[in-house]
Structures are given as structure tokens and as C-alpha cells.
Design a protein around this ligand. Structure first.
Ligand code: HEM
Ligand SMILES: *[C@@H]1O[C@H](CO)[C@@H](O)[C@H](O)[C@H]1NC(C)=O
Ligand SMILES: *[C@@H]1O[C@H](CO)[C@@H](O)[C@H](O)[C@H]1NC(C)=O
Length: 341
């Protein structure tokens, strides 16, 4: 409860700060949903005209070699943007294990090497021009596209941060056992609303989660009561129990978030959540609020993904605007990884 109040207080402060005229701190920026000065579609049109094609070609090669990396690189953007904004701070390394990468919230996060690989290709074409923060956004966009999702225009012009702190990742990323009130709070402190939450959760239409992230809360120890989550579909639970051994704390077995079509960006995530077959508690929690539930139900019944795709482009744009560094703030590094200590 104390944590929640703190988070809400932080939300109020953030909103108040962004209304103040003549902001000194460019990291605060405008609220998402509103255009951010310094970001533009095609920011590199002149300075690095081929960058978007280069990223797509590299993403194609990466996903062809290992298709599990598509979803991994989509998740990567969420973990970058929610913590200190979209500034590639997730790429920074701490020798004392106090960086974002060291947070429990970063558990299972993959794609570090691939972002570095794309950056190297981009550096060869346009030295010290394109930020790692933008590469993360472009890679996520292409991961969606290469899963037959929408290809939407993305804003670029971000610059890279130089700070990475474990406690920021601990505080700002919602755990998989979050309930709907917590989820809405985690999003609202960043200026993202219930619609961003329910639309962006639709990212779980691709990729997988490891047993260790959901087996306890959903299969074996729901609410600390030693039981299965009563709201979970019984047949689905039985097959999850076969995949995940009880009592195995760090079971890395990967289970599809949307087993109907784990590499297809479509509406089946919403159909599963409506049918009590969401994998994470945070997925199923979308049914516990009238607005998010309304959206899940509408998408689950929709004949075409067009509305979801348009909403997804808008919500990814909102998330891509979080606390960005632009203009003279931040830096453009030669490599994305760098030691902070
Ligand atoms: C709403 C709160 C969210 C929670 C609690 C959450 C939690 C998680 C967890 C626990 C995993 C599994 C990690 C693992 O076991 O390796 C996961 C996977 C994933 N998440 Fe989320 N997530 C949330 C929102 C998002 C958003 C906004 C995006 C969009 C960019 C996203 C994209 C993904 C993707 C694509 C995967 C699959 C990763 C892979 O296959 O490697 N998630 N998420
Ligand atoms: C870059 O080019 C695209 C396509 O011609 C255009 O839509 C966009 O506005 C341009 N962006 C900038 C910043 O010049
Ligand atoms: C279930 O959770 C409760 C509360 O967190 C804990 O005390 C208990 O040891 C857990 N049981 C198992 C079997 O992990």
C-alpha cells in the first residue's frame, strides 16, 4: 500500500512538472500522446538515409536465424522505455551489478548482442549519427512487422543516456504477478493510460515466458495459498503443469504467451485472455477493469485486426516518447554497451 501511494505521488509530481513552463530538464519532456520536440518521423532522412532499411535487413537476418529473437527485441523496447525513458540505458553495464541489467525485472531479457550487431552495421554506414535508443525502437517496430503485424512509421531523433540504475528497473517495471490496479499505476506514473496498457499488453501475442515467471503465481502458489489460480482455465492449467515442474524456483522452460500462434502478431492473445487462458496474472488482470475488459472483449470478437493495429501504432508511439533525450542532451556512442562503473 505504501508503495502504491508513493507511485501515485510520483505520478502527480510528473504531471505537474511537465506543465511547468520553461523546463530546464529536457529529460522530462512533454506527456506522451503529445508530440515531443526533437523527435520526427524520418529524423535521419538526410544524415543517414538508409538507416531504416539497414535495421530491417539486419532484423530479417536475425529472425531468420532464430525466430525467438523477434519477440525478445520487442520486449527490449518496453524495458528500455519504461526505465529512465527510451535512452538505451538498458544497454549500459555495471561492474558492481547495480545497473538496470542486474534487476530481477530484466530476468530473461534477450537481444543485447543483436542491438549491438545492428548498431555496428549502422555505424559502418553512418558513423556517430544514429542513437542506440532509436535502434531499439526501430528493431521493435520491425519485430512486429516480421511477425505479420503492422508496419507503422516511427519517430526518431532520440539520444542515448549515460545513467543506468538497478533500483530504477526494480521500481518501474511491473512484475508478472501485478494486479490491474498495480498495472494501471505502473503505466500512469509514466503518463500511459489504460488504453496503452491493454493495447501494449497485446504484444504478448508473440513470444514466450519462462516457467519461473508464472508457475508460482498461477499454478502452484496462487496468492501464497499453495493452490492453482482458480480463474485459470482448467485444461490449459493442466498442460502448463506438465511444462513447469512444481517447486523449481529457476525453471527456464519457455512457454508460449499465445500458444495459438506464438510468432503471429494477431488477435488471438485477446481471445485467450477473454477465455481465461492468459498466461501471466498481468494478462488475465486486464479482465478486472471495465475499460480494459471492454477492449479485450471487443478485440476478441473483432473480425479484422485493423483497429488493434492502428491502436498499437499509436500506443508504441506514446511509449517511444517516454522521457526521451533530444537535441544536445545525451550522446551518440560508437557502441551501445558502455560501463557506468
Ligand atoms: C503490462 C505489463 C507487462 C508485464 C507484467 C510483462 C511481463 C512479461 C514477462 C514476465 C515476460 C516473460 C519473460 C521471460 O520469462 O523471459 C514477458 C515477455 C514478453 N513481453 Fe511483456 N510484460 C508487460 C508488458 C509488455 C509490453 C508493454 C510489451 C511491449 C513492447 C511486452 C512485450 C513482451 C514480449 C514480446 C515478450 C516475449 C519475450 C520473448 O519471447 O523473449 N510486454 N513480459
Ligand atoms: C523524411 O521523409 C519522409 C518520406 O518522404 C517524410 O514523410 C518525413 O516527413 C521526412 N522527415 C523529415 C524529418 O524530413
Ligand atoms: C507460497 O507462498 C507463501 C507466501 O508467499 C510462502 O510462505 C510459501 O512458502 C509458498 N509455498 C510454496 C510451496 O512455495
Amino acid at each position: 500500500m505504501a508503495l502504491k501511494l508513493q507511485l501515485l505521488a510520483a505520478a502527480v509530481v510528473a504531471v505537474a512538472a511537465s506543465c511547468r513552463p520553461g523546463l530546464a530538464d529536457p529529460a522530462v519532456g512533454a506527456l506522451p500522446g503529445l508530440p515531443v520536440a526533437g523527435l520526427a518521423i524520418g529524423f535521419y532522412n538526410e544524415s543517414c538515409p538508409g538507416v531504416e532499411d539497414l535495421v530491417l535487413a539486419e532484423m530479417r537476418a536475425i529472425v531468420e536465424k532464430d525466430r525467438t529473437l523477434g519477440p525478445a527485441l520487442l520486449r527490449f523496447m518496453f524495458h528500455d522505455c519504461l526505465v529512465r525513458g527510451c535512452d538505451a540505458s538498458i544497454m549500459l553495464e555495471s561492474r558492481s551489478n547495480k545497473g538496470e541489467q542486474d534487476s530481477d525485472a530484466s530476468y530473461g531479457l534477450r537481444g543485447y548482442d543483436e542491438i549491438e550487431q545492428i548498431k555496428a552495421k549502422v555505424e559502418a554506414a553512418c558513423p556517430l549519427t544514429v542513437s542506440c535508443a532509436d535502434i531499439i525502437i526501430l528493431a521493435a517496430r520491425d519485430a512486429v512487422y516480421l511477425s505479420n503485424g503492422p508496419r507503422y512509421a516511427v519517430e526518431t531523433g532520440r539520444r542515448d543516456g549515460t545513467v543506468s540504475a538497478k533500483f530504477d528497473a526494480d521500481n518501474d517495471l511491473p512484475p508478472p504477478f501485478s494486479n490491474i490496479v498495480d498495472l494501471k499505476t505502473y503505466f500512469s506514473v509514466k503518463g500511459l493510460g489504460w488504453k496503452d496498457l491493454v493495447v501494449l499488453s497485446g504484444s504478448h501475442t508473440i513470444g514466450s515466458a519462462q516457467c519461473s515467471t508464472f508457475a508460482s503465481s498461477r499454478l502452484y502458489n496462487f496468492s501464497g495459498k499453495g493452490v492453482q489460480d482458480p480463474s485459470l482455465d482448467k485444461a490449459y492449467a493442466a498442460c502448463l503443469r506438465e511444462a513447469c515442474e512444481p517447486g523449481l524456483e529457476d525453471d527456464a522452460t519457455a512457454v508460449a504467451l499465445d500458444p495459438t500462434s506464438p510468432y503471429e502478431f494477431d488477435l488471438s492473445y485477446y481471445r485467450r485472455v477473454r477465455g481465461d487462458k492468459g498466461l501471466l496474472l498481468s494478462d488475465q488482470a486486464l479482465m478486472d477493469d471495465r475499460w480494459t475488459r471492454g477492449y479485450v472483449e471487443r478485440m476478441a470478437a473483432a473480425a479484422s485486426p485493423d483497429e488493434f493495429f492502428a491502436d498499437y501504432a499509436a500506443a508504441m508511439t506514446n511509449m517511444g516518447r517516454l522521457e526521451v533525450l533530444t537535441g544536445d542532451s545525451g550522446e551518440i556512442r560508437e557502441t551501445c554497451a558502455a560501463y557506468v562503473d
